[in-house]
Structures are given as C-alpha cells and as structure tokens.
Design a protein. Structure first.
Length: 312
C-alpha cells in the first residue's frame, strides 16, 4: 500500500504517531518508525509520521539546508518502514512560537486524537524546547494516548545519530557510515557535459553538480559505487574544484565507472562513497595527474578486491 503524504494538517483520528525530522532515516530512526507501525498493526489502526519539509533550525537560525538525504528520499525510506501516512509540514512562526502544551493540544491531539505517540529519546518540540520525552509521558492521561520513548540505539558503543553521521561525512570517514545509516552516504544527480578532459587522459568521467541542499563530504578521491539504469558499477570519484586544470571551478563530482561502456550524458545516477583514497591535490602537469589517476584506480581495485561489496 502506498504511503499517503499530506502537506497540511487534517483530521485523522486514532492514529499511532511518531514525531521527528528523521534526516537520513538511520538505524535509530527505523526503530522509532517500526514501533509506531507495530503498534498500529496490533491495534488495527493507521500509523503516521509528523515531520517538516525543512529542519526547524533553518527557520530558527536562518541556516541553509544541509541534509544527509533529500526530502524525496526521506519519504521513500519512511514509507519502506511501513508507515501509512506522512505529514510534511512547514515549520513556521505558528509552530515556532507555540508552547509545548499548546502544540500538543492544538496541533497533535486536536487533529489526530492519537492512541499512541512514539519518539526518540532526544526529541524536542515547542518554544525553547519545552516539550520532550518526560513532557509527553506526563500528559498521557490528560490527552488519552500512550507514549513510547525509544532509548538510545548504539553500534559498537557509538550512538547512532544524524549528528554522528554528519561528522563522519564531513571527515570523509565513509567506511563507518553504513553501520549507522544502513547504507553508504550517497548523492544523486543528472550527468552534465564537462570539459571532456578525462577522455584525453583515458579516464572518462560522468560529471555532477553537487546538490546544494546535501551536506558536503570531504573533498578528495574515493572508491565508490555508481548506480545507473538499475546497474551498479565500481567507480573512482573525484570531488573538488579541479585545482590542476581550473582552480576556481565550482564544486564538481566526477565519476569514472570501471568496466562501463556507453554514454552517460543526461542520465540520472546515484553515487555512493565507499572509501576515501586521498585528499584533493594540485599536480604540476596533466601527465602527473594521469599518473596519479592510474594509482587511484589500482588502489580502488585493490580495495574492492579485499572487501565484499556487491555490484550487479
């Protein structure tokens, strides 16, 4: 059954709700979502997520969005957990200024009369973060719902959180990310026409503009997986500003697909960052650059040879 998506509140009573932004829909988020789904199934009611288009800090602190995944992918991953409905709201002054009690009474209870509410242990709402797990637990009886707080979820003594995943992305520490996120960090986009310099170096690349609303991973060269037309290819990725050939270039992702033949222009591709091989650097000449690209390919192939990372 396809998840229903609403961009405004409406009356939808007796729901099993879960609240949160869910950036990345990481392994901890999945526990929250599945708890709401299981409660709904056990009680023959529907489950719903209440989330926001943009993170509240974008409104409260005028921040530019820098997400782990896009809204489109966030909704797909929420749906994959079995949620029936998603409410994707604008975080505006009405929500920002609402006291926690008023938000709970006038937004949540008035529209959903929820049977159950599930959140993570660190979920906050209401002006000045007045609402939290203790708050929701305290008002269970008054508003007739049962509250479930999901405790911290860890992997190898590391708290699974969007903040930790962001840190790993910014450090380029990609190998640890799947244990927390459930998959490698990735970006998506449509292949654009480049300078075709890679072809002259025998390393043709598919070029992408880095999505402006996705958090920036550390610049450099990576062993990666590139998905195109439902097939996945081992790849070498260069992310940077191409200092050897054009020092003031905008941030560009160049993907060299191993064992691929064909035209990638105007195709939509997904690039997953697997292992950082080196930092971005400037070379004295194009022959020096080509020599390093040969070494990069060798390092990537060695890595893939030593690690079971599936491709189709």
């Amino acid at each position: 059954m396809t998840m229903q998506v609403f961009y405004e509140l409406n009356k939808n009573p007796e729901m099993s709700l879960c609240l949160g932004f869910f950036d990345g829909v990481h392994e901890g988020h999945k526990v929250v979502l599945k708890n709401a789904v299981n409660l709904a199934k056990q009680n023959s009611i529907k489950s719903a997520v209440i989330t926001f288009k943009h993170h509240p800090l974008c409104y409260l602190q005028n921040r530019t969005p820098q997400y782990i995944i896009s809204l489109e992918d966030r909704l797909k991953m929420i749906e994959a957990q079995g949620i029936d409905c998603a409410y994707v709201l604008d975080f505006d002054e009405n929500i920002a200024d609402a006291l926690a009690y008023d938000y709970l009474k006038d937004f949540i209870v008035a529209n959903f009369s929820p049977k159950f509410i599930t959140t993570g242990f660190n979920h906050y709402f209401g002006a000045n973060k007045q609402g939290d797990a203790s708050f929701l637990r305290f008002y269970q009886k008054e508003f007739g719902y049962k509250y479930f707080e999901i405790p911290p979820i860890t992997f190898d003594n590391t708290l699974i959180s969007s903040s930790k995943i962001r840190q790993l992305i910014q450090e380029g520490n990609t190998e640890k990310i799947p244990d927390l996120l459930g998959e490698y960090f990735y970006v998506k986009g449509r292949v654009i026409t480049g300078q075709r310099l890679g072809r002259t170096l025998s390393f043709p690349t598919a070029n992408l503009k880095y999505p402006s609303d996705i958090i920036k991973i550390s610049k450099g060269v990576y062993a990666a997986l590139t998905e195109v037309d439902n097939k996945i290819y081992k790849s070498i990725i260069n992310l940077g500003k191409r200092p050897t050939v054009q020092g003031n270039h905008a941030l560009l992702l160049e993907a060299h697909l191993l064992n691929f033949e064909g035209n990638l222009y105007d195709k939509d591709i997904k690039v997953s960052f697997v292992k950082k091989l080196r930092d971005e650097q400037k070379f004295a000449s194009l022959p020096d650059l080509k020599s390093q690209l040969v070494k990069d390919e060798s390092c990537a192939l060695e890595y893939f040879g030593n690690h079971k990372i599936g491709t189709t």
